[in-house]
Design a protein around this ligand. Structure first.
Ligand code: TYM
Length: 342
């Protein structure tokens, strides 16, 4: 087992620039990225994973726009390019280079068991891209090319992070080294799995056909209020404790969203509103809080998008800084594998 203490505490995470950032991305990932950036003693790297995005078709002009928009979203949400390294994955070629090595470490069976692969490829797997199948090996490379020790993500990425640990362990074992850290997933907070506003059994997702199922980071105040007003709930009022939400997926989701936005716990939200509060009262309060938290972010995103050249400069600087960490780790990996000239 790797001695975690020998690795510098370092955080890496990423989001696909495939368009349409949702409240799920914000609460499950970005907001946590900002919190970790501000924790002392942690080096933080956050990327836009454009190589992952193209595992399914992306229109080139849209990919360019969405990558800049995601970068703007990172900064608007509170990431500071002076504190965190913000960059675009494809601009640090060491990710793809290490991913190839990991393609040769990971087993077909491991990849075939990934639920995201099964969901996305569906019955038509013969026609899915090879990149979609190999997706988790690239994700492991994103993390391990920096010897990252902590990875903040939403619940849906848990299986991929377990696979990252398996790849690190198999590499270390096969080559008889203690080189890659066994990364810790950081899946924390009230909103690690934000659910659809229309169906409490499905996660909130940019790919859901119904726009009413999600809150987009670019939605205006009216749209946010309307979506929350129309969000599905059951007829019962708020309970006294979170135990009373156990079999009420939609009600639980709204309470969790409130808690995450207010930076408190779901139990504290129930206590603040009081048992018996009707959703007719709770929903407008939630809408008001969501608008208060999201509007400044979307306004700042729009302002930053007015100057794409500045975003590109910031990303180029981030890529240079990322490469300084990644390059020596790739070089050492090549040496371990026995590649001449590394
Ligand atoms: P992606 O782009 O699908 O989502 C980005 C992040 O948002 C989280 N998320 C959610 N969290 C809570 N509730 C939701 N409804 C919700 N929807 C999305 C995701 O869990 C994720 O943290 N494979 C990754 C991207 C990736 C990555 C990495 C992440 C590539 N390389 C290395 C960490 C480290 C993905 O597709 O995320």
């Amino acid at each position: 087992m790797t001695d975690a203490a020998k690795f510098t505490p370092r955080v890496l995470s990423g989001i696909q620039p495939s368009g349409g950032l949702t409240l799920g991305n914000y609460l499950g990932a970005m907001k946590r990225f900002v919190e970790m950036q501000d924790e002392s003693g942690l080096e933080t790297l956050y990327c836009m994973v454009d190589l992952h995005a193209i595992t399914v078709w992306q229109d080139p002009a849209a990919l360019t726009r969405n990558t800049r928009e995601l970068a703007a979203g990172y900064i608007a949400a509170g990431l500071d390019p002076a504190k965190s390294i913000l960059f675009n994955q494809s601009q640090v070629p060491e990710h793809a280079q290490l991913a190839w090595i990991f393609n040769c470490v990971a087993r077909m069976g491991w990849m075939g068991r990934m639920t995201q692969w099964k969901d996305k490829a569906g019955k038509n797997s013969e026609n899915a891209s090879l990149g979609l199948f190999a997706y988790p090996a690239l994700m492991a490379a994103d993390i391990l090319i920096y010897h990252a020790t902590h990875v903040p993500v939403g619940e849906d990425q848990k299986q991929h992070l377990e696979l990252t640990r398996d790849i690190a362990m198999k590499f270390n074992h096969d080559y008889g080294v203690d080189f890659f850290p066994i990364t810790e997933p950081v899946i924390e907070g009230a909103a690690t799995r934000v659910m659809s506003l229309r169906d409490g059994s499905k996660k909130m997702s940019k790919s859901d056909p119904s726009d009413m199922s999600r809150i987009n980071m670019t939605d205006d105040a009216d749209a946010i209020a309307k979506k929350i007003r129309k969000a599905r709930t059951d007829p019962d009022p708020l309970p006294a404790t979170t135990d009373g939400l156990r079999d009420r997926a939609e009600a639980r989701n709204l309470v969790n969203i409130y808690a995450a936005l207010a930076e408190t716990s779901p139990q504290a939200v129930l206590e603040e509103f009081g048992a018996g509060t009707q959703f007719g009262t709770f929903k407008p309060a939630l809408a008001e809080l969501a608008v208060e938290k999201l509007s400044p972010i979307s306004a700042e995103m729009a302002r930053l998008m007015d100057d794409p050249a500045e975003i590109d400069r910031m990303l180029a600087d981030g890529a240079d800084r990322a490469r300084e960490i990644a390059h020596p780790i790739l070089k050492r990996t090549y040496e371990i594998v026995g590649m001449v000239g590394a």
